[in-house]
Design a binder for this molecule. Structure first.
Ligand SMILES: Cc1ncc(C[n+]2csc(CCOP(=O)(O)OP(=O)(O)O)c2C)c(N)n1
Ligand SMILES: CC(=O)[C@@H](O)[C@H](O)COP(=O)(O)O
Ligand SMILES: [Mg+2]
Length: 614
């Protein structure tokens, strides 16, 4: 039995001496590596916060003190120390632990997260509520150097400085987002980290000033010198000026220093920020050497660090990345934008080929969209590469800054539909619903990777805002070749003999093909969700008694809703069955299992046919 096995909750840490705490850190790393090598997960960030998590749980009293993990992808050591050691092997799998903090899972999880930069606002809200209730518990937001650069984090800092309430912000600075961190703020942090010499100089100067005789003029003069030097050299002056006391930087792998710092800042009133320097992947060489790959990774061989399950079929992401590089070669006005996801969206290839026309704006989806609007207004052809779930952040910008002005911005929406193991915070369940209602927006859903490739190449020709949405993972292995595509019309994939038609969207078209052929059912590739192909839809509704719509989007307001609206507005006899995602937040598991659970896999379609006697 290991020491970690004996930890039933954070209070058990109180009895451990320094040496035992160090052993505990090693054991935490061992369990994280052993488990994630089998089931995958967020490795590098978790290994980086082992000491920080132990120190926080040793010094503070969770759950009375609330620790809020920003994004939450670094919560594995926290889970292991808060009574979830036994279930840890189930992490991110169906019916298992979530990979993110979940209030339903534990009293030590105070905020469900997954999207970045929410911790300061939520923590400040909790602080305000606790003060109103007379609860003296501490509130601690732990936020990374990538996440603190987002607009929302700045809004939280701005308000925290104004409210002047007791709030502890731990800045976990590993000098990385998923990829290399970008932005002026991250450069500022680097200056602080490398500015230790200046800090010593400042300390020396301060003690010298204090030791001078205390004549009034001299004190005033000394104060002026001190202020001047402070503005120039005090690390964290940015935060200080916002009325947030700055402490650090401190080595986040030096457990004793960390605990000392935390003990001290615990006593201090008002909003404060402790700058902790950590290293992604600490303690596991492959993750230290390749933190980007080990940010989020599938199962891997723990000896070599090699990922074990690499599909040979290209992913939609890879095909989209290839297409936009070809576009970039052909048209110098093509520019690409990503909000901190260059690798995840495949647009990093464009970055390498055309660095001047590539923009990683950091975790700033709202800015990304309005920035694209600005580029379009000056005649560029912007392609915004973004995950469906993070696109949600930029809704007003899509409406107000792009669609209202009918700007030709192409949104390449990756991870649309079920993403699998990340679960409810990351599924792209809603984009069809929230985009359909925006005037001027056109929405395309490719049936396979070749259609995606051609849609991406041709989307510019629509000269309006266009969204192309595609799924996470591999395509079907079809040949990629250029072909003309009528983007706004649907395709009859199979003409059946029965008076039944399946109107399918995205990869579900290709998935349903063989079954529809076997059943003698008509299959339509509804490749354009907005506008609907009214001519073909009208014909299909007249010719068939039963229509089945298929989509990997919420049934609420998605493609099925669009067809239902059309059906009700006309004189049709056809009956409609809509298969799509249920009206709930869909929890984690591997993609196929989750799709089955949601009733949108092939077996679910077979079952629907059976129930309808088809
Ligand atoms: C709104 C939003 N955009 C993008 C992401 C994807 N994402 C997850 S973690 C991460 C990097 C965060 O960097 P940092 O806060 O420094 O944490 P680290 O991974 O370095 O521990 C990004 C971009 C997200 N979770 N939420
Ligand atoms: C925590 C987070 O938001 C990302 O790390 C996300 O988990 C990446 O997902 P993919 O693995 O689909 O790129
Ligand atoms: Mg970071």
């Amino acid at each position: 039995m290991t020491l970690l096995d004996t930890i039933t909750g954070p209070r058990d840490l109180e009895h451990l001496d320094e040496e035992q705490l160090q052993v505990l850190c090693s054991e935490l790393r061992e369990v994280i590596i052993e488990t994630t090598s089998k089931v995958g997960g967020h490795v590098a960030s978790n290994l980086g916060v082992v000491e920080l998590t132990v120190a926080l749980h040793r010094v503070f009293e969770s759950p009375a003190d609330r620790i809020i993990w920003d994004v939450g992808h670094q919560c594995y050591p926290h889970k292991l120390l808060t009574g979830r050691r036994e279930q840890f092997h189930t992490i991110r799998q169906s019916n298992g632990l979530s990979g993110f903090p979940k209030r339903q899972e534990s009293e030590h999880d105070h905020l469900d997260t997954g999207h970045s930069s929410t911790s300061i606002s939520a923590a400040l809200g909790m602080r305000a509520a606790l003060d109103l209730k007379g609860d003296a518990g501490k509130v601690i937001a732990v936020i990374g150097d990538g996440s603190i650069g987002a607009g929302m984090a700045f809004e939280g800092l701005n308000h925290a400085g104004h409210l002047d309430k007791d709030l502890i912000i731990i800045l976990n600075d590993n000098e990385m987002s998923i990829s290399e961190n970008v932005g002026a703020l991250s450069k500022y942090f680097s200056k602080i980290i490398t500015g230790q010499v200046y800090n010593r100089f400042r300390r020396d100067l301060e003690s010298m000033l204090q030791s001078l005789p205390r004549g009034e003029r001299l004190v005033r003069a000394a104060k002026r010198v001190e202020e001047g030097i402070k503005g120039f050299m005090t690390p964290g002056i940015l935060f200080e000026e916002l009325n947030i006391k700055y402490f650090g930087p401190v080595d986040g792998h030096d457990l004793n220093s960390l605990m000392d710092f935390l003990e001290n800042i615990k006593q201090i009133d008002g909003p404060l920020l402790l700058h902790v320097i950590t290293r992604k992947g600490e303690g596991y060489a492959p993750a230290e050497q390749n933190p980007e790959q080990f940010h989020g990774v599938g199962p891997y061989d723990r000896k070599t660090g090699k990922v074990t399950s690499n599909s040979s079929v290209p992913s939609y992401t890879a095909v989209a990345g290839r297409a936009v590089v070809e576009l970039g070669e052909e048209d110098k006005k093509v520019v690409t934008i990503t909000a901190a996801m260059p690798e995840g969206t495949g647009v990093h290839h464009f970055k390498h080929n055309f660095p001047d026309r590539f923009f990683d704006v950091g975790i700033a989806e709202q800015h990304a969209v309005t920035f694209a609007a600005g580029l379009a207004l000056q005649g560029m052809h912007p392609y915004v590469f973004i995950y469906s779930t993070f696109f949600q952040r930029a809704y007003d910008q899509v409406i107000h800054d792009v669609c209202l002005q009918n700007l030709p911005v192409v949104f390449c929406i990756d991870r649309a539909g079920i993403v699998g193991n990340d679960g409810e915070t990351h599924n792209g369940s809603f984009d069809l619903s929230f985009l359909r209602c925006i005037p001027n927006m056109k929405i395309l859903t490719p049936k396979d990777e070749n259609e995606l490739y051609n849609m991406l190449l041709q989307a510019r020709s629509l000269d309006s805002p266009v969204t192309i949405r595609y799924a996470r993972g591999s395509g079907f292995g079809v040949e990629i070749r250029r072909e003309p595509l009528d983007l706004l019309s649907w395709e009859v994939v199979h003409q059946g003999k029965k008076p039944v038609a399946v109107l399918a969207t995205g990869y579900l078209v290709t998935q349903a093909k063989q079954l529809c052929e076997e059943k003698g059912v008509t299959l339509i590739n509804a490749r354009c969700i907005k506008p609907l192909d009214a001519t073909l839809l009208d014909k299909v509704l007249r010719e068939n008694r039963r229509i089945i719509t298929l989509e990997e989007n919420s049934q609420m307001g998605g493609f099925g809703s669009a067809v239902a609206q059309f059906l009700c507005a006309g004189e049709y006899q056809a009956r409609l069955t809509s298969l799509g995602l249920p009206d709930e937040f869909i929890s984690h598991g591997d993609q196929q299992t989750v799709r089955k659970r949601c009733g949108i896999d092939l077996d679910s379609l077979k079952l629907t046919f059976k129930e309808l006697n088809i």
